[in-house]
Design a protein around this ligand. Structure first.
Ligand code: HEM
Length: 359
């Protein structure tokens, strides 16, 4: 009897322990989300249906911000994204928390067109990104180099203005597509700085076409970026188009690299303002001067970094200039009608104090 009582008590005790463990584990965990999620998400696709509609994304996000405040989350398929709508929070993200937020989203375009994330402008924070960035900042975007290449920027702007004037004369003042004019200026400048030739002088039509696909594709968000398990279907054939463009572009960039190397063999190194960025990278990497790269081979680092800069400089500058001109033309009070104002003054006056621009 005593034995039975003892085993009953043991059973009871064991049951009590199990129950408390169960209660402890099943107790609803009150883990508040860090930021609220915007309403309107659908299963699987999240908020994508709202962003893919006819209303531009910035207006959709603006409406969400009115409702949810200055910081909230949305879901883009399987990925969660943070949306901030206040300069104070944006500053926090780019200063105090910059390391936490220094990853970059992976996408089909980034993988296929960036030599598998060798392009530092698309790579996440890490050793490769740090080394390439350091080299670019000291060798290409330094004040010294920008001053050395001032003549490139000036001559391209002058050539473009002359081209506009000739066009106006020959076509009785027909309108001009300024977006294209700005795009050509920027591409010519950046091509001369990076590979030492004007974009307009590149006769390889296949390479020019591949470059267009390159720019367009890197601005695309594919269904398989949101739902990676659908990637194998390649809906719309975008991935195939990107792979073809990547191959074509690599053929052209490898050609420029080979040209640079053989010219160095024949004519020796170029110096000062004759030296382009590809030359500098060849000196740095082939001759082991400066940074060491371990994640990718030398050719891949050189080609991907050159294309990173072409990508980063082109559409950004072209779109900014087009917007600036459009705002100027549409705002008579501060616009081109103010004959006394220099273009820079006209541009910056409405937003920031003049002394910041030294005008
Ligand atoms: C008005 C024109 C421009 C705008 C609005 C602009 C804007 C930006 C923004 C927002 C980023 C951050 C992207 C990110 O972190 O994912 C960025 C990165 C970058 N930009 Fe620009 N940019 C402009 C012009 C240029 C030019 C002319 C160059 C080079 C000649 C350039 C080179 C770069 C590079 C190399 C990066 C990547 C930096 C890194 O990964 O650390 N940008 N730009």
């Amino acid at each position: 009897m005593e034995e039975l009582f003892f085993s009953n008590s043991a059973l009871l005790a064991a049951a009590a322990v199990l129950l408390s463990v169960f209660l402890l584990l099943s107790k609803p965990r009150r883990r508040e989300p860090y930021v609220p999620e915007a309403k309107g998400a659908w299963p699987f696709i999240g908020h994508l249906h709202l962003l893919a509609g006819p209303v531009p994304s910035h207006l959709v996000l603006g409406k969400m911000a009115d409702r949810h405040g200055a910081i909230f989350a949305i879901r883009m398929g399987v990925h969660k994204a943070l949306v901030v709508n206040s300069w104070e929070i944006a500053r926090e993200c780019l200063t105090t928390n910059d390391k936490v937020l220094a990853t970059r989203p992976r996408s089909v375009a980034s993988e296929v067109l960036s030599y598998d994330y060798a392009m530092f402008a698309l790579a996440s924070y890490g050793e490769h990104w740090r080394s390439v960035r350091r080299m670019v900042m000291t060798e290409v975007l330094s004040n010294r180099r920008l001053a050395l290449l001032q003549h490139v920027r000036e001559s391209e702007v002058q050539a473009s203005i002359k081209g506009l004037y000739d066009h106006w004369k020959e076509n009785n003042g027909q309108p001009v597509e300024m977006k294209k004019v700005f795009g050509d200026i920027v591409l010519n400048i950046i091509f001369r700085m990076i590979v030492g030739k004007r974009y307009e002088d590149e006769k390889d039509e296949q390479a020019r076409k591949a470059l267009r696909v390159f720019f367009e594709s890197l601005g695309k968000f594919l269904l398989s970026d949101a739902l990676p398990y659908l990637r194998w279907l390649d809906i719309g054939g975008h991935e195939k188009e990107m792979r073809d463009a990547a191959r074509e572009l690599d053929r052209a960039v490898q050609g420029w690299l080979d040209e640079h190397r053989s010219r160095r063999k024949l004519e020796g190194k170029r110096k000062g303002e004759d030296e382009d960025f590809m030359d500098i990278m060849i000196s740095t990497i082939d001759e082991g001067r400066g940074e060491q790269f371990t994640d990718y081979d030398a050719d891949t680092v050189i080609k991907s970094t050159c294309m990173s800069l072409v990508l980063a400089a082109s559409d950004t500058s072209m779109v900014t200039m087009t917007w600036a001109l459009s705002l100027l033309l549409n705002n008579k009070a501060i616009g081109l009608t103010n004959l006394k104002a220099t273009p820079l003054w006209v541009l910056v006056k409405p937003r920031l104090p003049e002394h910041l621009y030294n005008v």
